[in-house]
Design a protein around this ligand. Structure first.
Ligand code: 6PG
Length: 468
């Protein structure tokens, strides 16, 4: 066996599956894990799948790889990444390439890339999406760093990535932290997508009165059309799953308290820092926070009043209306995510290509969806599109869904069913399409109480007035 040119350290589930993916694609690979037993177990179970070299310590791991080396780190974001880098460094040679394939915070990636590049190494921070299954059979890969670093590893990355219509779901994203930034926004959109689906579920269940079976069938049908996506597909699957312990639906046995590891919040943090209204994404983050206040909610449910949650009327009609509301809100969530990338790109100078990013997201990743093809077409037609909502296809989607969207949000509010992401998306749409917003009054208030000055609509300049 020839000496591997790539190694992977960090054999948790994602690391194991990526290593197997690389090996199954015909590349020899050295593998290492901090706990030696994990490496031994991995080799015993999967050694026959390809050309693996199991290594017990970092030194033998690095030495097992042909120079110039490529080393992929699949460890927890934060300090563990810095620790692994420090652990590897003494054995590395100039020109070696380190790849961080975890969900690292993009500013950490920028710092690490700058540091390592100044020391003569190459560094790639890459988004890898698709969960365990994607890691094994083809994830979406979003690599950022120096182009020469990407070129070196592109043959492996593009081969192990998911393929859609013969195109790999992997392309060079940009310098420094670009890859991790794009993955972060992917996750922000993922949060919004999931929350929107959860709101549709709540409406179908609590307000329209569908059974779990009917909800599952509804999602399965939606998956056949314009809403076709991985998240809708797995949602249908969830509603088909029984609890082996009780025989009831497993989804009903799951505690309604959502976890989060931080990437959604980082998206909102970055949006606040850059002044970009990603309201549907941020409401999705807050919805998880509100869900986590379970004890308070249980207590409040016994004290606070609200209306009856039933919509009344034809179930079939409401199902169609909820579908339209979901579709329109989803378009807004993606528009907000792409807008955030546009502004971040102007700030950080990565030269992001939104059309290429939507191409990568068509397969392998958690937010893969039929309509990403439409996003790609929108950016192919106009690469400097300022907002996805302005693309003719999406303008028309909202044109034909908005009556139902408004009806669903109004009915949800009347019925006391919380739809924070649906309604935030709608408010954004209505705010974005308004030539004049009431911000003139905000400016007047600011000028009155703090002499903050204002601009006028009829002539240039900055003004301050004595009000009242
Ligand atoms: C992916 C996912 C993945 C993420 C999980 C959990 O693209 O494969 O985004 O990277 O870790 O979805 O994220 P939360 O724990 O924050 O929900």
């Amino acid at each position: 066996m020839s000496k591997p040119t790539i190694g992977l350290t960090g054999l948790a589930v994602m690391g194991q599956n990526l290593a197997r993916n690389i090996a199954r694609n015909g590349f020899a690979i050295a593998v290492h894990n901090r706990t030696v037993e994990t490496t031994h177990k991995f080799i015993a179970e999967h050694g026959h799948e390809g050309a693996f070299v199991g290594c017990d310590d970092l030194r033998s791991f690095v030495e097992a790889i042909e120079k110039p080396r490529t080393i992929m780190m699949m460890v927890k974001a934060g300090k563990p990444v810095d620790d692994v880098i420090e652990g590897l460094k003494p054995y590395l040679a100039k020109g070696d390439l380190l790849i961080d394939g975890g969900n690292s915070f993009f500013k950490d990636t920028a710092r690490r890339a700058a540091q390592l590049e100044s020391e003569g190494f190459l560094y790639i921070g890459t988004g890898v999406s698709g969960g365990e299954e994607g890691a094994l059979n083809g994830p979406a890969i979003m690599p950022g760093g120096k182009r020469e670093a990407y070129e070196r590893v592109a043959p492996i990355l593009t081969k192990m990535a998911a393929q859609v219509d013969g195109t790999p779901c992997c392309a060079y994203i940009g310098e420094g932290a670009a890859g991790h930034y794009v993955k972060m926004v992917h996750n922000g959109i993922e949060y919004a997508d999931m929350q929107l689906i959860a709101e549709a579920y709540d409406l179908l269940k609590s307000a329209v009165g569908l059974s779990n079976e009917q909800i599952g069938e509804t999602f399965a049908q939606w998956n056949e059309g314009e809403l076709g996506s991985y998240l809708i597909e797995i949602t249908a699957q969830i509603f088909r799953t029984r609890d082996p312990e009780t025989g009831g639906y497993l989804v009903d046995a799951v505690l309604d308290r959502a976890g989060q590891k931080g990437t959604g919040k980082w998206t909102s943090d970055s949006a606040l820092e850059l002044g970009v209204p990603v309201t549907a994404i941020t409401e999705a983050v807050f919805a998880r926070c509100l869900s986590a206040m379970k004890a308070q909610r249980v207590a409040a449910s016994k004290v606070l009043m609200g209306p009856s949650s039933s919509f009344g009327g034809s179930q079939k009609d409401w199902i169609g209306a909820v579908r339209d509301a979901l579709y329109a809100s989803k378009v807004v969530a993606y528009a907000q995510g792409f807008d955030l990338m546009r502004v971040a790109d102007a700030e950080y100078g990565w030269a992001l290509k939104p059309g290429e990013i939507s191409t990568i997201w068509r397969g392998g990743c958690i937010i893969r969806a039929v309509f990403l093809n439409r996003i790609k077409e929108a950016y192919d037609a106009d690469s400097s599109l300022s907002n996805l909502l302005l693309a003719p296809f999406f303008r028309d989607v909202i044109g034909r869904t908005q009556a139902n969207w408004r009806r669903v949000v109004s009915a949800a509010i009347q019925s006391g069913v919380p739809v924070p992401a649906f309604s935030a998306a709608l408010a954004y749409y209505d705010g974005y399409r308004r030539e004049r917003l009431p911000a003139n009054l905000l400016q007047a208030q600011r000028d009155l109480f703090g002499a903050h000055t204002y601009e006028r609509v009829d002539k240039p300049g900055v003004y301050h007035s004595q009000w009242g």
